[in-house]
Design a protein around this ligand. Structure first.
Ligand code: FAD
Length: 246
């Protein structure tokens, strides 16, 4: 359901990675550093089909079927962020908190429909941007008071809607990733000048939600230094702040 799927285990996208030559060089260094031959056989990444994933607890309602999935690969890639404890559990093939459903919202109507249904069905909704959280922000660990969990993937809401060169402002959707922000602004002689180390995957919405900090960021360090206005969809309706400059 996504054009380019981030890796199940590791940083970046499926298909990205070290060349065989680079891999051998890294493994040789590990062997030297840790005095352990045959390191490779200890660090093979787990594969999705090796995970014994529990069945989804909820059915996808017909109204959401076009953009939702309960396929194992979608649930597995929306369980964890990128912290060390996340990787420990990935290598342990422990996916106890996998979401029951993943929704790939492509419009505000989709977000609205998800929130509307989930409220009535007592399903916890967890927004998912780049999935680069290192503090458990996207893990559907919500305790026992919900009927199930839904990971709301927002990366298809990835458009720059408007560029106002005079005000040096841009209106963008929350699922846009950092490289697409810069690629979209560059032809207009603009930059957001916000470069977290998770630049490749992090999304605007995820950065605003976490108040991300950038590098090369003397003076303007955190994302909120650049945010002039936000529009948020909540289960109780839309919340929008006044747009400045007016
Ligand atoms: C290798 C690496 C380097 C990193 N470097 C930095 C760094 O330099 N600076 C820094 O600040 N952080 C860094 N981080 C942490 C992480 O990248 C940031 O917190 C980033 O802002 C998260 O963005 P994301 O799109 O991946 O959000 P996600 O991880 O997908 O989500 C983070 C939180 O935001 C919520 N959320 C996501 N999108 C939305 C949305 N549209 N609306 C509402 N809520 C939403 C999620 O539910 C979750 O709670 C790094 C992480 C890694 C793994």
């Amino acid at each position: 359901m996504v054009a380019k799927r981030p890796k199940f285990c590791g940083w970046g996208y499926e298909g990205d990675g070290l060349t065989q030559e680079e891999r051998e060089m890294v493994l040789a260094r590990y062997a030297e550093r840790f005095g352990l031959e045959g390191f490779e056989k200890f660090i093979n990444s787990p594969l999705p089909d090796q995970v014994d994933l529990h069945a989804s607890r909820i059915e996808i309602p017909a109204a959401l079927a076009d953009f939702c999935s309960a396929a194992n690969i979608d649930r597995l890639t929306h369980t964890y962020g990128k912290s060390f404890p996340d990787y420990v559990r990935i290598y342990d093939k422990n996916f106890t908190n996998a979401p029951d459903i993943v929704a790939y919202a492509k419009s505000e109507d989709h977000v609205d429909a998800v929130l509307d249904w989930a409220t009535g069905a007592k399903v916890a909704v967890i927004p998912f941007g780049g999935g680069s959280s290192v503090v458990g922000g996207i893990e559907p660990a919500v305790g026992g008071k919900f009927a199930g969990t839904l990971s709301l993937d927002l990366t298809s809401l990835n458009q720059i809607l408007e560029i106002d060169k005079t005000s040096r402002a841009a209106r963008m959707q929350g699922g846009i990733r950092c490289p697409d922000i810069e690629n979209g602004l560059r032809p207009h002689g603009l930059t957001m000048r916000h470069f977290p180390q998770s630049f490749d995957l992090a999304t605007l919405g995820g950065m605003i939600a976490t108040r991300s900090g950038g590098h090369f960021a003397t003076l303007y360090t955190h994302i909120d230094d650049f945010v002039e206005s936000t529009r948020m969809m909540t289960p109780a309706g839309v919340m929008e702040s006044r747009r400045l400059p007016g």
